[in-house]
Design a protein around this ligand. Structure first.
Ligand code: SF4
Length: 496
């Protein structure tokens, strides 16, 4: 076999620590890499260019299909002692691309730079540096430093973008040295696994294997077991589920009932009897003091890591759309209001808050699903635009979290399969679901709007994306209304 067919990449190496089986199966081409759900590359080139602008006289190696050519070009740049962007290195079968390999003539050595659009120093980053160093040192390069560029999350943009305040640069060689023993042991583990991968099957000791259902390699790892994975849906099952699975307890009824938590007992009983669980007492307490007219509010937001507008921070959620259903329980009248910021060149927050402050009647109960998010959006936006501070103070005490009864399992439908998200709850209790929509998840809505902001769509596409976004958000607030009404009917709650 040629070197390239055996090639190990940094991403393979990192995959090993998520799951050795998955690493093996992907590396051997037995399963495909799981597709990236929402392309996170939308801002990457811009971020990379910001980082690159800190260097002068660097050679850039283009990422292309021709890896051998890119490796040769890198080798030439190294011989010429040139600082190199996207340095393609290969030592034996180990291949890597280093964001910037900087030559330091005063010390006649090389500094490895990594650019990461994240706020915190994660373990994957330390492992990446270790891997880069293995390859570069293996090739005989003298590595004299390790520099990381990430994002200063607390940076707040003003009219002008301050690159130095935005980027957070740190020399992490000392950190890498202090953890070298651990990283060496990991490398050894990796090398040994490659020599002897053993049987590829589910193993409860491999703590990273969280779900028999979610993984792309289920057929391989569970080939020796019947196709029944329901206990992996057990709420807060974690390692216990894996142990039970290893003991061949594959169905809810096989589980040791007395070892289950109260929530797990509710779940198991609901599935056993195929019956919906209602904790009437807690639900009645929850629904005390609800106003006759109630509102159901849902925001969609985008959170670019490169702040676009003044008075925004990296990763900060900026609302660009809301959907609001207002229901008068006495007259059974349901009104829908929505607003989307169509001009994507402007900060959406003032327009969104302005419209909402007109649409939302005061003094009524406002239901949201995980209301922490909706409250945060309004609070943060009103800090940037203080004219909406009184509005925030008025509505804040009116919020009520409609996710709570589901998170606490005061209500549970077997069709929820242990989950408490609106995507599971809605089809379990109503005829509605998100499957027919073009946009089916908040992350996708976030991504689609950012694409509009970055002007990566045509005028026609923009029109249809805006419509899709409005439809997605509308279903969420309408779904909240349906769930609320269902719970009321179930409990025959009288309004205050
Ligand atoms: S099913 Fe589990 S053990 Fe198998 S590859 Fe997936 S995560 Fe790993």
């Amino acid at each position: 076999m040629s070197n390239s067919s055996l090639r190990i990449t940094k991403s393979n190496y990192l995959q090993f620590f998520r799951c050795p089986n998955a690493f093996h199966l992907i590396h051997q081409g037995l399963v495909s890499k799981p597709p990236q759900q929402f392309n996170s590359n939308l801002e990457w080139s811009e971020f990379q260019n910001l980082c690159r602008s800190l260097f002068s006289n660097a050679v850039t190696i283009e990422k292309s299909q021709d890896r051998e050519g890119a490796i040769q070009k890198t080798t030439q740049a190294i011989q010429d002692k040139k600082t190199t962007f996207s340095a393609h290195l290969q030592f034996h079968e180990y291949f890597t691309i280093i964001e910037c390999l900087q030559y330091d003539p005063t010390r006649d050595g090389w500094v490895i730079w990594d650019f990461r659009p994240v706020g915190s120093l994660k373990l994957d980053i330390l492992r990446s540096f270790y891997y880069h160093d293995k390859v570069a040192s293996g090739l005989g390069l003298s590595i004299i430093g390790n520099q990381l560029i990430r994002i200063q999350s607390s940076y707040e943009r003003s009219e002008d973008f301050d690159l130095n305040a935005y980027l957070n640069m740190s020399e992490i060689s000392e950190k890498l040295r202090s953890e070298k023993e651990t990283r060496d042991a990991e490398w050894q583990e990796f090398v040994e696994f490659r020599c002897e991968p053993g049987e590829i099957r589910f193993d409860s000791e491999k703590s990273k294997c969280r779900s028999a259902k979610a993984c792309v390699a289920t057929d391989h790892c569970f080939s020796n077991l019947p196709n029944q994975f329901e206990i992996f849906d057990l709420r807060d099952g974690n390692d216990l589920t894996k142990t039970w699975f290893k003991e061949n307890r594959l169905r809810y009824e096989d589980l040791p009932y007395t070892d289950l938590s109260p929530i797990q007992k509710i779940q198991v009983d609901a599935h056993k009897w195929n019956a919906v669980h209602f904790d009437r007492k807690n639900l009645e307490l929850f629904f005390q003091n609800i106003t006759d007219t109630v509102a159901f509010l849902d925001f969609e937001s985008t959170n670019p890591y490169i702040p676009i507008f003044p008075k925004t921070r990296p990763f900060q959620h900026l609302p660009f759309l809301y959907s609001l259903h207002i229901w008068d329980s006495k007259t059974n009248e349901l009104v829908h209001k929505t607003f989307i910021q169509e001009d994507t060149s402007m900060d959406p927050r003032p327009s969104v808050l302005n419209a909402l402050s007109h649409d939302l009647p005061r003094g009524i109960t406002i239901f949201s699903f995980n209301d922490f998010f909706e409250k945060l959006i309004i609070e943060e936006s009103s800090l940037a635009f203080p004219e909406f501070r009184p509005f925030w103070q008025e509505v804040e005490p009116r919020f009520k979290d409609l996710a709570l009864p589901f998170k606490r399992f005061w209500v549970y439908h077997p069709k929820q399969n242990g989950k408490a998200s609106l995507k599971e709850i809605l089809p379990a209790f109503t005829k509605e679901n998100h499957k027919e929509l073009s946009i089916q998840a908040g992350q996708d809505a976030n991504y689609q709007y950012l694409k509009l902001v970055k002007k990566q769509v045509t005028v026609e596409e923009k029109k249809s994306v805006l419509e899709d976004l409005v439809a997605y958000c509308k279903l969420d607030s309408y779904g909240l209304f349906l769930i609320y009404r269902m719970l009321r009917e179930e409990l025959s709650i009288s309004q205050c």
